[in-house]
Design a protein around this ligand. Structure first.
Ligand code: HEC
Length: 148
């Protein structure tokens, strides 16, 4: 094989194997991105939490807005856990047991979607219930995959 062909096929292989990560210049950018997403998601999730715990008064519109933001943000962190993006508080099990990590991510997105449905309909009892389930889904993944 001529050198040009080798260089070309290596580049093609790299392009295929790192598409999920290709949006990020390097691992550090991926870590920054997912931390930022989690921070925004956590902030808006906590605002709902304050209502659920009775620390803030219930306002349908505010909770609905916060839940919509959490729902949108819940879809974003996962693209930033591509191959070679170890770092931050991410445990190595994210990559060695990736199927379990992905399933925990899906579970949380479903739980958050339930919370969003309750928040949009303005049913406070349902908000409390679904918030608890979503919180469990966060905790369960953090227990397994996030360093303290
Ligand atoms: C499938 C796994 C998973 C789920 C589900 C999950 N997280 Fe995380 N979370 C992580 C990992 C891994 C990190 C560490 C990221 C890093 O440092 O690179 C993290 C970090 C965070 C951080 C810290 C960000 C920082 O600046 O270091 C917050 C806040 C957070 N998550 C909130 C939440 C909330 C709120 C939920 C639920 C609505 C949630 N997470 C659900 C895996 C998860």
């Amino acid at each position: 094989m001529k050198l040009r062909n080798i260089v070309f096929s290596t580049a093609a292989l790299l392009a295929i194997s790192s598409t999920a990560f290709a949006q990020f210049q390097n691992a550090e950018k991926a870590v920054d991105y997912r931390k930022s997403v989690f921070t925004v998601m956590g902030t808006h999730f906590a605002r709902i939490g304050a209502v659920v715990k009775g620390e803030a008064s219930y306002n349908k519109e505010d909770v609905a807005k916060n839940a919509a933001i959490v729902t949108m943000m819940s879809t974003l962190p996962w693209q930033a856990f591509g191959p070679g993006t170890e770092g931050g508080h991410a445990k190595s099990e994210i990559w060695s047991d990736n199927a379990k990590f992905k399933s925990a991510a899906e579970k949380m997105q479903l739980a958050v979607a339930d919370l969003n449905k309750a928040a949009q309909s303005g049913d406070l009892d349902a908000i409390k219930k679904t918030f608890g389930a979503a919180g469990q889904a966060c905790k369960s993944c953090h227990d397994d995959f996030k360093k303290k």
